[in-house]
Design a binder for this molecule. Structure first.
Ligand code: SAM
Ligand code: SF4
Ligand code: F3S
Length: 446
């Protein structure tokens, strides 16, 4: 009988990608994925440390699992991801239920540590930054993800050290995977049905790989993926304004498959705050990129990330962020109150009063969501091309995304999954579009 593994994932798309690669790896030692925690003999919690009470959330989750196994043989319990990296030995000390702690650049060692643990119950923590060996190892194991929209990590880690951010400490230094290793993995994903490839990296547009003194950048990757006929859509995330070079911007002219949607985090619309954050770009740089891209295609839309209440943020700084939002009118956005991360420079700074931050967040979200609603409304009564990803459980409806990453929900036959289909949008809200595929007769009549 095969052993079962249950994996729970918090955090960003890269964690989702990693969870799948961990599964691919531990299949080699006889584990099969289960959706039923209680039948698992291995439980993996892939964690995120980006904000809030990340650490406490992990212990809470482990506590919940512990309860479920009170009267049963416990599974091997493994904590992976960014909290694992940040907390390392502490986790083993604080929670005896945890057996292994494995950081994001040590996933190539996960099989051996499970085998070792099963043999001699040696609890262990593996958190060195061994990114080259990790990708060498993983590249020898097929990526068997069978989604129509598939993630593909091309770059990992960060050397930028924004003062608020924990990522350089949890993912390690910037590393770009070999160009041809990435293309091979893209081919694997295509064989499994991928129609869309989402290139991932903490600073995905910092991708830079040298071979025989030739530099390969993300623009080269995009144009290479463009040649694979089965791939219909290409995206990348998360990009950094500093690495938004002209060769990448030119892809919006040269590629037919690069989606007209740019997720480009700004964090704040105030140059004073950007400087305090150590972002090393200015609002003007951001606007220049925006204008260059819009000049290529006015239909390209932007989304962004905002941090509200960063230490030192005055009312004037906040107004400047609001002004930037009014200029760009983002189609989508993520906004959070600054969260002091242990070990980062900003964690020692005087925080903005909680009430003020909450009030500013409310104002900014209202503004952002209004633009989102406005933009989404424009799709109503129009046909949009949707890449159908899955059926929504228990609802008899399908879920997919349009070119701008909007969620589109509609009734339709399951055999549409994996296809790009025209959907007529009937309704919308701030997050989603609602439509139908059965519109042809109605259109003729109209
Ligand atoms: N590399 C990307 C960039 O530089 O724009 C960001 C990647 S980070 C994983 C995703 C987002 O989390 C950031 O854009 C930022 O808005 C948010 N974030 C990171 N640290 C944060 C903190 N301490 N408090 C609140 N939000 C935070
Ligand atoms: Fe974090 Fe992005 Fe800044 Fe790197 S560039 S430190 S990942 S916010
Ligand atoms: Fe979270 Fe680590 Fe991703 S902190 S956002 S899982 S890089």
């Amino acid at each position: 009988m095969s052993k079962k593994v249950f994996i729970k994932t918090f955090g960003c798309q890269m964690n989702e990608y990693d969870s799948n690669r961990i599964l691919n790896s531990i299949k080699k030692i006889g584990f099969e994925k289960t959706e039923n925690l209680e039948e698992s003999s291995c439980f993996i919690l892939n964690t995120c440390h980006i904000r809030d009470k990340a650490k406490e959330k992990v212990y809470h989750e482990i506590g919940r699992v512990k309860k479920k196994f009170e009267k049963k043989v416990k599974p091997v319990v493994i904590v992976t991801g960014c909290v694992a990296q940040a907390e390392n030995k502490e986790m083993l000390k604080r929670e005896p239920f945890i057996d292994l702690v494995v950081g994001p650049q040590s996933y190539h060692k996960i099989n051996n540590s499970i085998i070792e643990f099963m043999k001699n119950k040696s609890r262990n923590e593996i958190t060195e930054f061994d990114t080259v060996s990790k990708f060498d190892y993983l590249s020898k194991i097929k990526n068997d993800e069978s989604k129509s929209s598939a993630f593909l990590t091309i770059q990992e880690g960060c050397d930028k050290f924004c003062h608020f951010c924990v990522v350089p400490y949890t993912r390690g230094p910037e590393y770009s995977r070999p160009f041809f290793q990435i293309l091979t993995e893209a081919e694997e994903l295509v064989k499994k049905g991928a129609k869309e490839i989402i290139l991932l990296g903490q600073n995905v547009n910092a991708y830079s790989y040298f071979e025989n003194s030739l530099e390969f950048r993300i623009s080269n990757l995009i144009m290479e993926l463009e040649k694979i006929s089965e791939i219909k859509r290409i995206r990348y995330t998360t990009s950094h304004p500093r690495d938004m070079t002209d060769d990448l911007i030119d892809c919006y002219s040269n590629s037919q498959k690069l989606m007209p949607f740019v997720h480009l985090p700004i964090q704040s619309g105030s140059n004073k705050i950007l400087k305090l954050m150590n972002r090393k770009h200015k609002v003007e740089d951001y606007l220049k990129i925006y204008e260059k891209i819009k000049k290529i295609n006015a239909n390209i839309e932007f989304s962004s990330d905002f941090i509200i209440g960063y230490p030192g943020e005055s009312n004037q700084d906040f107004i400047e962020t609001c002004n930037l939002i009014d200029k760009i009118k983002f189609i989508n956005s993520y906004s959070f109150i600054f969260s002091a991360r242990p070990g980062t420079k900003a964690s020692n700074l005087q925080p903005v009063e909680k009430n003020i931050s909450l009030e500013r967040l409310k104002i900014i979200q209202e503004r952002l969501f209004n633009y989102q609603k406005e933009k989404n409304k424009r799709f109503e009564n129009r046909l949009v091309d949707v890449l159908v990803e899955n059926e929504i459980e228990g609802q008899n409806k399908l879920f997919g995304r349009n070119e701008y990453m909007n969620s589109v929900i509609f009734e339709g036959n399951k055999n549409l999954i994996g296809k790009i289909v025209p959907v007529k949008i009937l309704n919308s809200n701030q997050n989603s579009l609602f439509g139908e595929t059965n519109f042809k007769n109605k259109f003729k009549a109209a």
